[in-house]
Design a protein around this ligand. Structure first.
Ligand SMILES: [Zn+2]
Length: 196
Protein backbone atom coordinates (compact mmCIF):
# COMPACT_ATOMS: atom_id res chain seq x y z
CA UNK A 1 0.00 0.00 0.00
CA UNK A 2 1.19 3.46 -0.79
CA UNK A 3 -0.87 5.94 1.23
CA UNK A 4 0.38 9.01 -0.64
CA UNK A 5 -0.67 11.74 1.78
CA UNK A 6 -4.39 11.08 1.92
CA UNK A 7 -4.72 7.35 2.55
CA UNK A 8 -5.46 5.79 5.90
CA UNK A 9 -5.30 2.17 7.05
CA UNK A 10 -7.28 0.84 10.03
CA UNK A 11 -7.91 -2.64 11.39
CA UNK A 12 -11.38 -2.77 12.93
CA UNK A 13 -13.86 -5.40 14.10
CA UNK A 14 -15.58 -6.86 11.03
CA UNK A 15 -18.97 -5.44 12.00
CA UNK A 16 -17.64 -1.88 12.39
CA UNK A 17 -19.32 0.77 10.21
CA UNK A 18 -17.65 1.51 6.90
CA UNK A 19 -16.41 4.97 6.04
CA UNK A 20 -17.74 6.82 3.02
CA UNK A 21 -14.11 6.92 1.85
CA UNK A 22 -13.50 3.16 2.10
CA UNK A 23 -11.76 1.94 -1.08
CA UNK A 24 -10.76 -1.57 -0.08
CA UNK A 25 -11.53 -3.97 2.75
CA UNK A 26 -9.90 -7.27 3.66
CA UNK A 27 -11.59 -9.44 6.27
CA UNK A 28 -9.40 -11.81 8.27
CA UNK A 29 -10.29 -15.15 9.86
CA UNK A 30 -10.22 -13.54 13.32
CA UNK A 31 -13.21 -11.34 12.49
CA UNK A 32 -11.23 -8.17 12.00
CA UNK A 33 -11.21 -6.18 8.78
CA UNK A 34 -8.48 -4.04 7.30
CA UNK A 35 -9.96 -0.81 5.94
CA UNK A 36 -8.14 1.19 3.30
CA UNK A 37 -9.74 4.63 3.34
CA UNK A 38 -8.74 7.41 1.01
CA UNK A 39 -10.79 10.55 0.54
CA UNK A 40 -8.74 11.87 -2.38
CA UNK A 41 -7.92 8.56 -4.02
CA UNK A 42 -4.21 9.40 -4.18
CA UNK A 43 -3.32 6.13 -2.45
CA UNK A 44 -2.46 2.91 -4.23
CA UNK A 45 -2.85 -0.73 -3.34
CA UNK A 46 -0.93 -3.40 -5.21
CA UNK A 47 -1.63 -7.12 -5.16
CA UNK A 48 1.54 -8.84 -6.37
CA UNK A 49 3.37 -12.10 -5.80
CA UNK A 50 6.73 -10.34 -5.46
CA UNK A 51 6.98 -6.86 -3.86
CA UNK A 52 9.90 -6.10 -6.18
CA UNK A 53 7.36 -5.74 -8.98
CA UNK A 54 6.41 -2.50 -7.24
CA UNK A 55 9.64 -1.49 -5.52
CA UNK A 56 12.05 -2.14 -8.39
CA UNK A 57 11.18 1.12 -10.14
CA UNK A 58 11.60 3.24 -7.01
CA UNK A 59 14.74 5.29 -6.41
CA UNK A 60 16.93 5.61 -3.34
CA UNK A 61 15.26 6.04 0.03
CA UNK A 62 16.84 9.14 1.63
CA UNK A 63 17.10 7.69 5.13
CA UNK A 64 19.04 4.59 4.06
CA UNK A 65 22.78 4.05 3.68
CA UNK A 66 22.45 3.87 -0.12
CA UNK A 67 21.65 7.57 -0.16
CA UNK A 68 25.06 9.23 0.18
CA UNK A 69 26.25 12.77 -0.68
CA UNK A 70 28.40 11.46 -3.53
CA UNK A 71 25.54 9.36 -4.93
CA UNK A 72 23.29 12.43 -4.86
CA UNK A 73 25.98 14.57 -6.51
CA UNK A 74 26.39 12.03 -9.32
CA UNK A 75 22.65 11.88 -9.94
CA UNK A 76 22.53 15.68 -10.25
CA UNK A 77 25.56 15.73 -12.54
CA UNK A 78 24.34 12.99 -14.87
CA UNK A 79 20.78 14.17 -15.30
CA UNK A 80 21.14 17.85 -16.24
CA UNK A 81 17.61 18.59 -15.19
CA UNK A 82 15.79 21.36 -13.35
CA UNK A 83 16.61 20.68 -9.73
CA UNK A 84 13.20 20.50 -8.10
CA UNK A 85 11.43 18.16 -10.56
CA UNK A 86 14.50 15.90 -10.38
CA UNK A 87 14.21 15.70 -6.59
CA UNK A 88 10.49 14.90 -6.88
CA UNK A 89 11.09 12.11 -9.40
CA UNK A 90 10.29 8.95 -7.43
CA UNK A 91 12.39 6.85 -9.82
CA UNK A 92 15.48 8.72 -8.57
CA UNK A 93 14.69 9.50 -4.93
CA UNK A 94 11.76 7.73 -3.30
CA UNK A 95 9.57 9.40 -0.74
CA UNK A 96 10.45 13.06 -1.15
CA UNK A 97 7.27 15.10 -1.71
CA UNK A 98 6.55 18.70 -2.65
CA UNK A 99 6.60 20.23 0.84
CA UNK A 100 9.79 18.58 2.04
CA UNK A 101 11.55 19.32 -1.24
CA UNK A 102 10.78 23.04 -0.88
CA UNK A 103 12.01 22.99 2.70
CA UNK A 104 15.18 21.06 1.83
CA UNK A 105 16.05 23.41 -1.06
CA UNK A 106 15.64 26.36 1.29
CA UNK A 107 17.95 24.87 3.93
CA UNK A 108 20.51 24.07 1.22
CA UNK A 109 20.27 27.57 -0.30
CA UNK A 110 19.41 26.19 -3.74
CA UNK A 111 16.89 27.65 -6.21
CA UNK A 112 14.22 25.18 -7.42
CA UNK A 113 14.92 26.15 -11.05
CA UNK A 114 18.66 25.62 -10.88
CA UNK A 115 20.12 23.20 -13.40
CA UNK A 116 21.14 20.08 -11.52
CA UNK A 117 24.47 19.87 -13.34
CA UNK A 118 25.56 23.21 -11.90
CA UNK A 119 25.20 22.02 -8.32
CA UNK A 120 28.67 21.70 -6.78
CA UNK A 121 29.79 18.82 -4.61
CA UNK A 122 29.60 21.06 -1.53
CA UNK A 123 26.06 22.15 -2.44
CA UNK A 124 25.08 18.52 -3.05
CA UNK A 125 26.41 17.69 0.40
CA UNK A 126 24.36 20.53 1.93
CA UNK A 127 21.31 19.31 0.03
CA UNK A 128 21.89 15.76 1.29
CA UNK A 129 22.05 17.04 4.88
CA UNK A 130 18.92 19.18 4.30
CA UNK A 131 16.84 16.37 2.76
CA UNK A 132 17.59 14.02 5.64
CA UNK A 133 17.05 16.71 8.24
CA UNK A 134 13.61 17.82 6.94
CA UNK A 135 12.43 14.21 6.67
CA UNK A 136 13.65 13.35 10.17
CA UNK A 137 12.01 16.49 11.58
CA UNK A 138 8.77 15.62 9.78
CA UNK A 139 8.79 12.10 11.21
CA UNK A 140 9.64 13.38 14.70
CA UNK A 141 6.64 15.74 14.51
CA UNK A 142 4.35 13.04 13.09
CA UNK A 143 4.08 14.79 9.73
CA UNK A 144 2.18 17.91 8.81
CA UNK A 145 -1.51 18.79 8.86
CA UNK A 146 -2.28 20.71 5.69
CA UNK A 147 -6.05 20.57 5.53
CA UNK A 148 -8.99 18.44 6.60
CA UNK A 149 -7.78 15.39 4.70
CA UNK A 150 -4.04 15.69 5.03
CA UNK A 151 -3.87 15.44 8.79
CA UNK A 152 -0.85 14.42 10.75
CA UNK A 153 1.21 16.24 13.32
CA UNK A 154 2.48 19.78 13.75
CA UNK A 155 5.32 19.96 11.23
CA UNK A 156 3.58 22.81 9.36
CA UNK A 157 4.48 25.07 12.30
CA UNK A 158 8.13 24.57 11.40
CA UNK A 159 7.95 25.34 7.69
CA UNK A 160 10.39 28.01 6.54
CA UNK A 161 8.99 28.53 3.04
CA UNK A 162 6.17 26.11 2.19
CA UNK A 163 2.81 27.90 2.24
CA UNK A 164 4.48 31.14 3.42
CA UNK A 165 4.19 33.18 0.19
CA UNK A 166 4.63 36.90 0.93
CA UNK A 167 5.80 36.27 4.48
CA UNK A 168 9.30 37.11 5.71
CA UNK A 169 12.16 34.68 5.18
CA UNK A 170 13.31 33.49 8.64
CA UNK A 171 16.94 34.21 7.72
CA UNK A 172 16.89 37.49 5.75
CA UNK A 173 13.31 38.85 6.03
CA UNK A 174 12.82 38.98 2.23
CA UNK A 175 9.31 38.01 1.09
CA UNK A 176 8.96 34.32 0.24
CA UNK A 177 8.04 33.82 -3.42
CA UNK A 178 5.86 31.17 -5.02
CA UNK A 179 6.28 29.92 -8.56
CA UNK A 180 5.04 26.93 -10.51
CA UNK A 181 7.93 24.59 -11.30
CA UNK A 182 7.17 21.38 -13.17
CA UNK A 183 3.43 21.82 -12.47
CA UNK A 184 3.98 21.98 -8.71
CA UNK A 185 3.92 25.09 -6.56
CA UNK A 186 7.36 26.00 -5.27
CA UNK A 187 8.13 28.31 -2.38
CA UNK A 188 11.55 29.86 -1.97
CA UNK A 189 13.50 32.91 -0.77
CA UNK A 190 14.94 34.77 -3.79
CA UNK A 191 17.86 36.05 -1.69
CA UNK A 192 18.83 32.90 0.23
CA UNK A 193 18.23 30.74 -2.86
CA UNK A 194 19.69 32.74 -5.76
CA UNK A 195 19.34 31.29 -9.27
CA UNK A 196 22.88 30.69 -10.54
ZN1 LIG B 1 16.09 34.64 2.80
Amino acid sequence: MHLRMSGDVLVLPSDAPRSHHLRFALTFANQTTLHFQDARKFGRLYWVADPQQVFASLGAEPLTLAFTPVWLYRQLQHRRRTLKPLLLDQHIIAGLGNIYTDEALYLAGLHPLQNSQQVTLLQAYRLWVAIRSVLKAGIANNGASIDWVYRGGGQQQHFNVYGRTGQACPKCQTSIERRIVGQRSSHFCPVCQPLR
